[in-house]
Design a protein around this ligand. Structure first.
Ligand code: NAP
Length: 283
């Protein structure tokens, strides 16, 4: 089945489930995972300059039998390229690495350094038709509001950490009220917080004859949140896409809502996060 889409605030249709490629570092394996993901039905690939795998993603897209115009390709601007001129240059570099002549979504990866300069450049890239949409990542409502108040083109998307242990209902409500789509990174809890082994999720999974990962991805979808699970395992790539032929009842949605611990991995307002991310540079 075709991936359901969300209508962005500029009218563009964006798949609600996509494939993330962070930490798929081996170039050949990354290329193969992209080919496998597209064959499995995914129509959105999420990469970033800092992941170092844009070329592999581009080769996977080129090798796949899915036409380019049916694939929603997103990449992100890294911190060292913040600012007007450097954003324009970085966009060209990313596009060249991906082997594409336009992008579907370009995101500012982190809310630091010269965000205003970057957003001005993003507006130009959008106005020139070089990317179909522009957006943010890891921007909390205060930083989003600052852009909304001072720029003509609003962000279409904000990509943020979000999963059943970190549900951010206030952030979701804020973005919904401003017609900005929330796309969840770490939608499966990054396999880190043991969330996929949670007995309560496992109980729901048993009831629907699904895996806990499928239950979590279905929960994101029914909550109106876009998500981009990553897997480098061929079976899990297929499994994570197949969430369209069942639906969670209201009471099971409520049970998952009750799992929120308000606990994320990264606090983008914490000085140590700002230091750590500022210290990461493109190779
Ligand atoms: N904007 C940002 O700052 C930011 C930050 C982080 C991530 N992202 C984006 O979001 C994407 C997803 O986030 P993420 O990769 O951090 O975390 P994630 O998708 O929540 O989790 C990925 C982890 O879960 C495992 N996994 C996947 N499917 C599974 C399944 N069905 N059963 C059990 N384990 C499973 C994966 O292992 P296997 O590979 O072995 O299956 C991997 O260890 C990234 O790839 C990237 O594109 C963006």
């Amino acid at each position: 089945m075709e991936t359901p889409t969300a209508t962005l605030n500029n009218g563009v249709q964006m798949p609600m489930l996509g494939f993330g490629v962070w930490k798929i570092d081996d170039p050949q394996w990354c290329e193969q995972c992209v080919v496998d993901a597209l064959a499995a039905g995914y129509r959105l690939i999420d990469t970033a300059a800092i992941y170092g795998n844009e070329e592999a993603v581009g080769r996977g897209i080129a090798r796949s039998e899915v036409p380019r115009e049916e694939i929603f390709v997103a990449t992100k601007l890294w911190l060292q390229d913040a600012g007007y001129d450097s954003t324009l240059r970085a966009f060209d570099v990313s596009l060249k690495k991906l082997g594409l002549d336009y992008l579907d979504l370009y995101l500012i990866h982190q809310p630091y350094r010269d965000v205003w300069g970057s957003w001005s450049a993003m507006q130009k890239l959008y106005a020139d038709g070089r990317t179909r949409a522009i957006g943010l990542s890891n921007f909390y409502p205060d930083r989003v509001e600052d852009l909304l108040l001072n720029f003509e083109v609003p962000p279409a998307v904000d990509q943020l950490e979000l999963h059943p242990y970190f549900q951010r209902p206030d952030v979701l409500a804020y973005l919904n009220s401003n017609k900005i789509a929330l796309q969840a990174w770490g939608p499966l809890g990054q396999g880190r917080v043991g969330m996929l082994k949670d007995d309560r999720l496992a109980g729901i999974a048993l009831k629907y004859h699904r895996t806990t990962a499928q239950i979590v991805l279905r929960w994101h979808y029914q909550r109106g949140v876009l998500s981009i699970p990553k897997s480098s395992n061929p079976q899990r790539i297929i499994q994570n896409y197949n969430i369209w032929d069942f639906s969670l009842s209201d009471s099971d949605m409520a049970k998952i809502a009750a799992l929120d611990r308000g606990e994320g991995k990264t606090d983008h307002r914490a000085p140590e996060t700002v230091r750590r991310l500022n210290g990461m540079t493109l190779g």
